[in-house]
Design a protein. Sequence first.
Length: 303
Amino acid sequence: MPPIIEVEQLCKRYGDFTAVDSISFTINTGECFGLLGPNGAGKTSAIRMIYGFAPMNGGRLRVFGLDIETEWRQIRSRIGVCQQDNSLDPDLSVLQNLDIFAGYFQIPKRLARQRADELLQFFALEKKRDAKVGELSGGLARRLTLARALINDPELIILDEPTTGLDPQSRHLLWDRLQNLRARGKTFLLTTHYMEEASQLCDRLLIMDHGKILIEGTPADLIQEHIGASIIEVVGTSPELNVFLDAHNIGFESRGERLIIYNNGDHAVEQAIRTTFCSQQCTFRAATLEDVFLRLTGRELRE
Ligand SMILES: Nc1ncnc2c1ncn2[C@@H]1O[C@H](COP(=O)(O)OP(=O)(O)O)[C@@H](O)[C@H]1O
Ligand SMILES: [Mg+2]
């Protein structure tokens, strides 16, 4: 079976500016693949080309083994897309929004209604069935956008920041629903800047910045490779600690008042820091994808 998505040296330019700079990756059937990166990294530009919304300025793009430039119509019917910004019609009801979308795919009316009912139930939206979309909260609108993306029963689901701006309850509900869909064999491409989300949902992911891919792999491998097993955070830095770390060849990084030490599970080091260098506050914790992300993309604020 060919990969579901094959991206080869894909480029996007806006005038002189290169937003996506020759990126390549593949996604296999049933995988959940994450595209991570700071604001402005080029995530949305990349996936808009993948779902055929924006023309590419170089490279090759195949979805379901089909060429996106020549076989777009066939691809379109097999993917579901949830764009970064809500594109629901605010004057129509929840159900009408689903109906109209089903019309774009020429889904027969009875089947469309059956799917709409199932999706409203799946996303806990039944009670809002006849509510105007303009009156929905952000969380409800997101759930409806996702429901709408599934109306054609797509094999591949592309989500651009599905949970940005949501409250924790809505976010967890969405995660749960996405896991459920994964268990049914759907393939996912999603962008997010929530590292916890990526760790929980993604089988593999890449981190990009300034249009280029920095790293790619499974969350666990990336953490092990770029950070190690564990982190020690020390508040209140001291020159003696820096000397100690240098002498033991232990990686560290200063984040303002905090020293982040990449310890890799060495108990002797942990003990030494605990007894000698913990005058204020020390935290001993497992390394996370967020540590990888910050180490690679830095702390400078973005757009
Ligand atoms: N239509 C456009 N015209 C010009 N520049 C754009 C356009 N869309 C995005 N950009 C720029 O391209 C870069 C990547 O944007 P985007 O793909 O939206 O990044 P991300 O989704 O990772 O935040 C940003 O610097 C953004 O300002
Ligand atoms: Mg974006």
